[in-house]
Design a protein around this ligand. Structure first.
Ligand SMILES: Cc1cc2nc3c(=O)[nH]c(=O)nc-3n(C[C@H](O)[C@H](O)[C@H](O)COP(=O)(O)OP(=O)(O)OC[C@H]3O[C@@H](n4cnc5c(N)ncnc54)[C@H](O)[C@@H]3O)c2cc1C
Length: 362
């Protein structure tokens, strides 16, 4: 029998969390990643309450809290006027805030914690394919210099992102579609009246939306459903520094199943969706924790049946949030705005909405 119980393909946030959660249960693992180094990009910037709760037993939450910014207020604006300030502290949860932290920092904290447990990521090791023999999986790996090698493991976890090689080898369809718009994002230091402590969603009668999240004491992440996020900033804003800028497309897709034989999928390999609600990385962290718990309990057969419906529900929530935020002028938009203004006056409604934004599921 192979000495590695689980071969984890991909050392993004999901693969790293799976590695830590398995290691702390004394399950032998190996982690491979094709890249030379971990990401330097800020990518996912919001860690939600549920992730903080899930990562507490491994001691990761304490480390993440020490590095991130706690955000408790979210404002929704319409044509320059504030419709609603949502007080996330109204949620009855000890982590009643969004923890803002660049993904590059999250991955640094995860990889350091893993290495303290004696596991180093095998970098520049790319999965080319694998074969499931029933009692073990044999994976083909290619090093940066082209050298080919084999690795044996009892099980294989594909945490290898949206273009997952594991999913391709398993021939599992990744059903869904791409939204039409080109989106853009920028991490910026700016001079504006909204400060660096709150989330803002700027909506307008006919135009696209702009979403901002603080990611440092003097830095915000701005995301817009256009290819020119800087052009979407409210008038009077003075941009001082653009630290990173990019455009991207958003898709809503889910793997038809998360398991075949001894191979499993987690994170973006299993699902991708819009940034609305900031659920992407958090849903993957949840997959990883569930995989590790089931692996230790010997209940992995139920992994796909548990995770697929949860993924489908969260994809539907993010799609609904995106569509509500993008409503064109008309009765739907008027009704949405009226409901927001009502919620602004009634903390009892805010108490219902806050847990959803915080990803509180249990
Ligand atoms: C520009 C951008 C902005 C984003 N903004 C947000 C946001 O604001 N909020 C949010 O929630 N999410 C956001 N996301 C999405 C978020 O980054 C992902 O949901 C998250 O990274 C998923 O983690 P993962 O570990 O599943 O996959 P990934 O982070 O993609 O990691 C996959 C890893 O697998 C490795 N790999 C791939 N193929 C192989 C192979 N064949 N062999 C070995 N290794 C392999 C890769 O090198 C990579 O390290 C953003 C993404 C991008 C690109």
């Amino acid at each position: 029998m192979p000495t590695t119980t689980v071969l984890i393909v991909g050392a993004g946030p999901v693969g790293l969390v799976a590695a830590i959660e398995l290691t702390r249960r004394d399950i032998p693992i190996r982690v491979v990643d094709r890249s030379e180094q971990r990401t330097k990009l800020s990518k996912a910037v919001g860690i939600n309450s549920q992730s903080l709760e899930l990562l507490e037993p491994s001691g990761l939450t304490e480390r993440l809290l020490a590095s991130g910014i706690r955000i408790q207020r979210a404002n929704i604006w319409f044509d320059g006027a504030r419709m609603l300030t949502l007080d996330l502290a109204l949620a009855r949860h000890r982590f009643n805030f969004i923890l803002a932290l660049a993904q590059s920092e999250t991955e640094r904290i995860l990889e350091e914690a893993l290495s303290e447990r004696g596991v180093t990521v095998d970098r520049q090791a790319s999965l080319t394919g694998f074969e499931d023999h029933g009692d073990r999986v044999t994976a083909g790996l290619r090093a940066a210099d082209g050298t080919e090698s084999e690795a044996n493991a009892r099980r294989l976890l594909g945490a290898d992102g949206s273009h997952s090689r594991v999913r391709q080898v398993l021939d599992i369809p990744f059903k869904g579609a791409r939204y039409d718009e080109t989106w853009s994002l920028a991490d910026i230091t700016l001079d504006w009246p909204h400060g660096y402590g709150e989330i803002n969603l700027f909506l307008s009668a006919g135009g696209p939306m702009l979403f901002t999240v603080p990611i440092g004491p003097d830095r915000i992440r701005a995301i817009s459903q256009t290819d020119d996020v800087l052009g979407m900033l409210p008038s009077g804003t003075r941009v001082e520094t653009v630290h990173w800028q990019s455009t991207f497309h958003v898709a809503l897709r889910q793997a038809e199943r998360y398991q075949r034989g001894n191979a499993y999928l987690a994170g973006d390999a299993a699902h991708v969706h819009s940034p609305a609600g900031g659920r992407g990385m958090n849903l993957g962290i949840w997959d990883a924790c569930s995989f590790a718990e089931r692996c230790a309990a010997g209940t992995l057969d139920g992994y796909s049946a548990e995770r697929h419906p949860i993924g489908a529900r969260i994809l539907a929530i993010t799609d609904r949030m995106f569509r509500i935020a993008s409503l064109p002028p008309g009765p739907g938009q008027l009704l949405r705005n009226a409901l927001m203004r009502t919620a602004a006056r009634l903390p009892v409604i805010q108490r219902q909405i806050a847990p959803q934004l915080l990803g509180i599921e249990r």
